[in-house]
Ligand binder design. Sequence first.
Ligand code: PML
Length: 257
Amino acid sequence: MRAAAGGPHEAGGSHISGGERLVPPSEVEFRVQELVRRALLHEKGEPDFLCVTVERVPQEAVRSLSALPISKRDVRDLEEGRSVAVEILAEAGISREAALRAVAWLAQGPAPDGGAMRGAIVMDADTGERLESDPARGVRVSRIDWHPDELPAWQDEVRHLGIANERVAEALALATKVVQTPGTVAELCWSDDPGYVTGYVASKRHGYVRIPFLKERGSPLGGRVFFVRGISTVEEYETALQTPVLLRREEKKRHDV
Ligand code: PML
């Protein structure tokens, strides 16, 4: 699902909401309804363009991945949050220059109109150069969801941490897939939802590290940056981000939140 205001995305509309589900045929109708409701009730405002695509994915094409371990870094404010994000990215092998550029892009609004993008920035992990061919669209991760038997169990495991919600479940699923996609070194994300200021850095080395302040409350700016090294083309990289994946719980429990 993707929703925009001021016309379709491809005609310059600004991004309001997006979402992906990978479900059995019996759940399609209900899940589509949920996604449409999400778009219509979004904090960023009412969309005037809403596109829902439903496609069949053969079961044998679906891979299973184990969720990244979750941890949290306590920070006092936005400045500390961003500096911790840069520090973790540097530890993960991203040049400081690229990490700082990524933070600056998300803070200033990475789309050409100064708003949020529909998809993610793809950034060279060494030079900080943006590689996506369409800077309004970016690249999209699709065909991703939790294994139906695993999500309730994961929610039970993390309920005491206050993160057993759809937003964190979706973000963790996406980050896990992105980090396991060949060419990815790390990901930086904070929401473009004005009321949500927590973001994360994800990498194979650190897992999914939540940072409670990465933006100003009330700001509609945010998004995702995928730091890459050694990919042949962004198109091939995006194709890999769209192979079907269902998420399982982390194999070895380490919820140090
Ligand atoms: C989003 O909702 O747009 C991204 C959410 C990122 C943070 C999720 C979390 O709290 O771990």
